[in-house]
Design a protein. Structure first.
Lengths: 100, 471
């Protein structure tokens, strides 16, 4: 019983995350129209495998986007902080030069 | 299917299409005058040109992730389908996933993901992720299928995701969480382990890990649920971030899987020898002397344990395949080779009493062990008593088999009075009156000539150097 409940909760979480995030994550990116391969894939990708992959992908994709933006934000803040410090140092240098 | 039939009919007498290469319509492998070539079919022209012109081929080769090839002007066996004929760099010994130890399969999985990740940077994606696309060259995994690369179309999911989970993730999870011997399921299921079977075999606690819950358990359920539902898969979209997220997730899942035998430290695992240190050194000296006398190009060390004697061969630059039935011994051997930077040894899990058979379509897709021989020299050290006493194999049968897989043989005879043989006999009745040195020499004499023999000091054992009798 617990097992079913646990799986149900996990599925509900995964599916709801997909529904929530897919709107924001995908609407911003134009995937274009699907054009055909030069010839069909020779392996069977498997319907169930593709669908679960898209589901998992929507979840872990958010993590990947978050990772990218985390680095961008971090770089931005580092840059901002460094620039302010440099400005401050430059100001101090100017002041000391002027006092001399 | 029509194309495959045409290919087979059109084979010329001097070219033979290899039986491992027929599923992919983009090309096939063939052999001509003992050299292996790959035909690139016209249907794969755009993707092949893209692989070569985009810079991906060179980038993968530079990172030792893909075997090199050269375009050659030889006559194609099926000229009407041919775009190019390429000559791939040869792989000295072909091995299969069911012969790899845990870390080898894991390294192969990570190599596949690295190739896919690199390909994505060039707008290319792997169209399949079979474990058979990886071989070990210089002891390290490398991607060998030049025709697996196709254009990545933005928004398309990874077509090879199912195959990756079945060929790599499922066996690794089972080996790690359940039993290392379950790697052998790969020899039964040639297109990877069914995920429903994997999910049933894995312990319940694996559902508590998001990665295994999603890539194995929910994946298996999804496969079952959608098995008979007609759905337009082409409408399923997955952007590049999601694609990268899948690759990241698979990579971290694979990296977190690990295995240690019985939870012990490696150093404690192998102390099982009755040699004195002097006798052991003397044995090494004799084997090294025999190797220097024969000077083989290839050595198969049968029953290699952790590969101590394989190193004698590999230190001489000899390509050495180091077989053992114990996955823990092979694992230690492989990890030691990686740590030492030894590139001449390939450790593999093989049960000599039931060596890998030919499997797949017509039993010819994957070669039997015997088909991959013969080796120049076989090392059979501390092996005969296991075969003769634990497995009831008569000396004649052992000699006959060994004569089929080598041209020279370095073999150790362990007499009944040896403590290791006594240990084998302790749990069973001694029904081996013919287990004597005289019978051993007589039976092996039917298949080999004895070049030299040397008693190992401070032990009761004898080493022989034998050459196969020319027939």
């Amino acid at each position: 019983m617990n097992r079913v409940k646990h799986l149900g909760i996990t599925l509900a979480v995964v599916i709801s995350l997909f529904l929530i995030f897919s709107q924001t994550a995908y609407a911003s990116i134009d995937v274009g129209t699907l054009h055909k391969a030069a010839y069909p894939y020779y392996i069977d990708a498997g319907t169930g495998s593709i669908i679960i992959q898209v589901l998992i992908g929507s979840f872990v994709g958010i993590v990947a986007i978050a990772g990218v933006y985390r680095i961008r934000v971090k770089n931005f803040l580092t840059h901002l902080f460094t620039r302010r410090r440099q400005d401050k140092e430059n100001d101090e240098n100017k002041e000391s030069e002027e006092s001399e | 299917m029509t194309k495959i039939k045409r290919v087979r009919r059109a084979n010329s007498a001097s070219s033979t299409q290899l039986p491992a290469s027929f599923r992919d319509p983009s090309g096939f492998l063939f052999q001509q005058d003992g050299v292996i070539y790959r035909q690139v079919n016209l249907v794969y022209k755009d993707d092949y040109d893209h692989l070569m012109d985009s810079g991906l081929y060179q980038a993968l080769v530079d990172d030792n992730l893909l075997i090199t090839h050269e375009e050659v002007g030889i006559e194609s066996p099926v000229p009407e389908l041919a775009y190019r004929v390429i000559k791939p760099e040869p792989i000295p010994f072909i091995s299969y996933p069911y012969e790899w130890c845990f870390s080898q399969l894991r390294a192969a999985a990570l190599t596949t993901l690295k190739v896919q990740r690199k390909a994505l940077e060039f707008g290319i994606s792997l169209r399949d992720s079979s474990a058979y696309n990886i071989q070990f060259k210089n002891g390290r995994p490398i991607f060998i299928d030049t025709l697996s690369f196709g254009e990545y179309r933005e928004g398309e999911p990874w077509v090879a995701y199912r195959q990756f989970c079945q060929h790599f993730l499922a066996p690794l999870a089972l080996m790690s969480y359940k039993d290392i011997r379950l790697s052998q399921l790969l020899s039964i299921y040639i297109d990877g382990l069914p995920l429903d079977l994997t999910a049933r075999l894995l312990p319940w606690r694996t559902r508590l890990r998001f990665s295994l819950l999603s890539h194995i358990h929910l994946h298996a359920r999804s496969q079952k649920h959608f098995a008979d539902k007609p759905i337009n898969v082409g409408q399923q979209r997955m952007n590049r971030y999601a694609f990268l997220g899948i690759l990241n997730s698979l990579e971290s899942t694979v990296k977190k899987l690990n295995w240690r035998p019985g939870g012990t430290e490696w150093a404690e695992y192998y102390q099982d020898t009755n040699y004195s240190p002097q006798a052991f050194e003397y044995k090494k000296t004799i084997v090294a002397g025999f190797l220097d006398r024969v000077r083989p190009a290839t050595v198969w060390d049968m029953g290699a344990n952790v590969g101590i004697f394989s190193h004698l061969a590999s230190d001489r630059g000899i390509l050495t395949v180091s077989f053992d039935v114990d996955p823990a011994a092979v694992e230690k051997n492989y990890l030691d080779c990686v740590a030492r930077g030894d590139t001449s040894i390939l450790p593999l899990v093989i049960d000599l009493t039931n060596p890998s058979p030919g499997i797949g379509w017509e039993n010819r897709e994957r070669m039997s062990l015997k088909e991959r021989g013969p080796a120049d020299t076989v090392l059979a050290l501390a092996l005969v008593h296991h075969l003769a006493i634990s497995n009831n194999l008569p000396f004649g049968k052992i000699a006959e088999f060994l004569s089929r897989i080598c041209t020279s043989l370095i073999i150790e005879f362990v007499p009944k009075t040896d403590s290791q043989v006594q240990r084998l006999l302790a749990t069973r009745e001694d029904i081996f009156p013919d287990y004597t040195r005289q019978a051993f020499e007589q039976e092996f004499g039917r298949y080999f000539t004895i070049d030299e023999s040397a008693d190992i000091r401070e032990s009761q054992r004898t080493l022989y150097l034998m050459r196969r009798v020319q027939r």
